[in-house]
Ligand binder design. Structure first.
Ligand code: DGJ
Length: 694
């Protein structure tokens, strides 16, 4: 007997089918099918001819590939009994729960006493499916690997797009061709990691940035993930996502994956990005819909550990004058914290640096009109701290382990550690008017441990429950913990410790697929960048920050009056535009000239836009290629002008075109011929505004 299930979002269908009582396979995932499409016919149309030297049936690629079903690729789970004996499941249909936008399938292996539950939610209006799996056992078992429901990827695809990266250089796109065999990505550092972002794109052949069929996957988990993309010898391709292998350290009776979010778009990788961003802003991140994102000032690169109240007040005054609205006091404020090597865990205000507590500083910050935010790194402890001296048994791993940034990781799954952290942070939040916490995490775990991540989510949840409205930023040496798991508990991410605007431009361009502007922090750094030694103009630094959630992080006392004035005017521009930018339709604009990194942000009414075209390197051509726009109405006319002509530095001889003229062009022209950009030096941002002509 054939069983079939179908889920739809506004623009997609996902169809599963199983024969007999076996686990089902995804037989269709893509653009919406007509409601009368027959799964029987789809199954018939998908039947494979089968070669020699194989068994006499085609092993199914089910949502949990099993050895017992003759599947010879990567299996969907790996379990052992507590004696270490491998358990080879053979799940049989038990029951299903079906509603308009949710499907729960329950399968049992009576002999082994196991129950497998797959749940798929269709978030109709967000156009995203969320898939999760759970295995329950009558007696304790060891769970080495469990994949979220496995998806068969389109065979009409040549490549796998993922992201590598490192500290200060996150979101490096990696393109891997599909070949027979396995492409494995795994973060084994106990966090999401800089090196293995848990997002994946499968573009189909012929698709591009803004057209064609593309599939997107994101595993919402902050403890490190494992991703397997495997092409079988018959050409079928499977995608598995789950927690890092062997990160469930204790035997148990119930194990579950995090949510695997998937979406398909007919508008290329850009379409996947627009869907994911809208989903993250409107459904995942807990921020009031109309909340205005304040301009940040963060003092880290201005003072590091050297906190002096009078200096900080002076800095705050200037930052507010330029336009900052929230002052974030970074690392260095707590007991004895004069270097990165000490004091983590001792969460009380340093009485040398702050003899009357932080009140005088907070009062001053408030008097400038800014609100106050504070840095913590709760999951860590320094060997040189009161906490470690009194509780050496609270760390993860051995005392003799190699330190990371001079620190250990606390085992926050221990109840007493959770209590200690909750009380320490809660008491600071009670004493001071803190509306924002920058939550840092600066070393890798000594071993992956899923219970650490569960404890983190519960601690964050508890703190936000006790302090409603508290916003939290996820930072892990920059972008080491960015994923849809942490974004259920936090409201902003610190994308990278690199404030080098050239590098930042690239990073935020790549990250745009996954992260809305509203949660993506971007700061104007010091004149000479602390992570690259490069000196970049204020115009370039400011406009790169103005593409996302803007902030400053330099010592504002270093600014010349010219730079201060310029930063003030870009900040004012950002404030005047931020409201519509938060819900803008953003499209990346691939340029044939690879030295240009560009995007267009179009307001929701479609009558105003801004193009950010960053010259990221020297052009390959003597005059850069026209930039072809997207996302406009082909029939409408637009008034277009370059907003920051006077800031542009160039060798260009021409005073013509966009540099000096206001132009009126149709959407059709702009999206076909494109706009000839001026010839500018590297590290210039061209900001082009357009308005629909009446
Ligand atoms: C690493 C972060 O990424 C920085 O922004 C800063 O907060 C430091 N930690 C503080 O130690």
């Amino acid at each position: 007997m054939i069983k079939q299930w179908r889920l739809d979002t506004n623009n997609q269908s996902l169809v599963l089918s199983s024969s007999g009582n076996r686990l089902p396979c995804v037989i269709y995932w893509g653009k919406s099918l007509p409601s009368h499409e027959s799964p029987d016919e789809m199954i018939e149309a998908s039947k494979k001819d089968w070669g020699d030297n194989l068994i006499d049936l085609v092993p199914e690629l089910s949502i949990l590939p099993e050895q017992s079903a003759n599947f010879s690729g990567q299996l969907g789970s790996k379990m052992r009994d507590i004696n270490g004996q491998l358990l080879s499941s053979s799940f049989v249909f038990h029951s299903d729960k079906v509603s308009a936008n949710s499907l729960t399938l329950i399968y049992k292996d009576k002999e082994l006493g196991l129950t497998y539950t797959a749940k798929i939610d269709s978030m109709e209006e967000h156009d995203v499916f969320a898939l999760e799996a759970k295995i329950e056992s009558k007696s304790p078992i060891i769970m080495e690997w469990l994949s979220a429901p496995v998806i068969e990827a389109s065979q009409n695809s040549n490549e796998i797009v993922g992201y590598g990266g490192h500290w200060g250089g996150e979101f490096r796109r990696q393109i891997t061709p599909w070949v027979t065999g396995t492409h494995l990505r795994e973060s084994r550092v106990g966090t999401t990691s800089h090196a293995h972002f848990p997002g994946l794109l499968i573009p189909t052949s012929g698709s591009s940035e803004n057209s064609g069929s593309c599939y997107g996957f994101h595993y919402g988990w902050s403890g490190g993930h494992r991703m397997v993309a495997e092409q079988l010898q018959d050409g079928r391709k499977q995608i598995q996502f789950g927690h890092t292998e062997n990160s469930e350290l204790s035997p148990g009776k119930s194990f579950e994956t995090a949510k695997l979010y998937i979406t398909h778009s007919g508008d290329g990788a850009g379409g996947v990005g627009r869907t994911f961003r809208a989903f993250v802003s409107n459904s995942l991140v807990d921020l009031p819909k109309d909340s205005i994102r304040p301009v940040h000032y963060n003092c880290w690169e201005a003072v590091y550990f050297d906190h002096n109240i009078e200096e900080l007040k002076e800095i705050a005054t200037i930052a507010a004058e330029i336009g900052a609205e929230r002052f974030v006091l970074d690392d260095g404020w707590f007991k004895g914290r004069d270097t990165a090597k000490t004091s983590l865990g001792d969460w009380s205000v340093d009485d040398q640096k702050y003899p009357e507590g932080m009140h005088p500083l907070v009062k001053h910050i408030h008097s400038t009109g800014m609100t106050f935010g504070l840095w913590f790194e709760p999951e860590m402890v320094s060997p040189d701290s009161d906490l470690f001296r009194s509780h050496p048994e609270w760390i993860m791993g051995e005392e003799s382990q190699a330190l990371g940034r001079g620190q250990y990781v606390l085992d926050i799954s221990i109840k007493a550690v959770q209590e200690y952290l909750f009380e320490s942070i809660d008491s600071i939040l009670n004493e001071y008017p803190i509306e924002y916490v920058k939550w840092d995490h600066n070393r890798v775990l000594p071993y992956p441990d899923a219970s650490q991540t569960r404890a983190l989510y519960s601690l964050l949840g508890r703190l936000r429950e006790a302090h409603p409205g508290l916003e939290i930023e996820s930072c892990s040496s920059g972008g080491g913990r960015i994923d849809y798991g942490i974004l259920e508990h936090t409201q902003r991410v610190w994308l990278s410790d690199s404030n080098d605007a050239l590098e930042r431009l690239r990073i935020q361009h790549e990250a745009l697929i996954w992260l809305p502007l509203s949660v993506t922090g971007s700061h104007v750094g010091p004149k000479v960048c602390h992570t690259s030694g490069r000196e970049l103009s204020m115009s370039f630094r400011a406009w790169v920050a103005a593409q996302r959630h803007m902030g400053f992080e330099m010592d504002p006392r270093e600014l010349s009056s010219k730079d201060k004035k310029l930063l003030k005017s870009v900040t004012l521009w950002w404030k005047q535009n931020r409201e519509w930018m938060m819900s803008a339709n953003i499209l990346r604009l691939p340029c044939i000239d690879k030295s240009v990194i560009a995007e267009i942000q179009v307001n929701s009414k479609g009558d105003h836009f801004v193009v950010f075209a960053g010259q990221n390197a020297a052009s390959e051509l003597s005059s850069s290629a026209p930039l072809v726009l997207a996302g406009l109405d082909s029939k409408s006319m637009y008034n277009i002008s370059l907003l920051n002509t006077k800031e542009i530095k160039s060798l260009g001889k021409s005073e013509e075109g966009l540099l000096t003229k206001k132009l009126m062009l149709s959407g059709q022209f702009l999206m076909t011929q494109g706009l000839q950009l001026p010839k500018v030096f590297p590290a210039n941002m061209m900001v082009i505004e357009g308005d629909k002509a009446a």
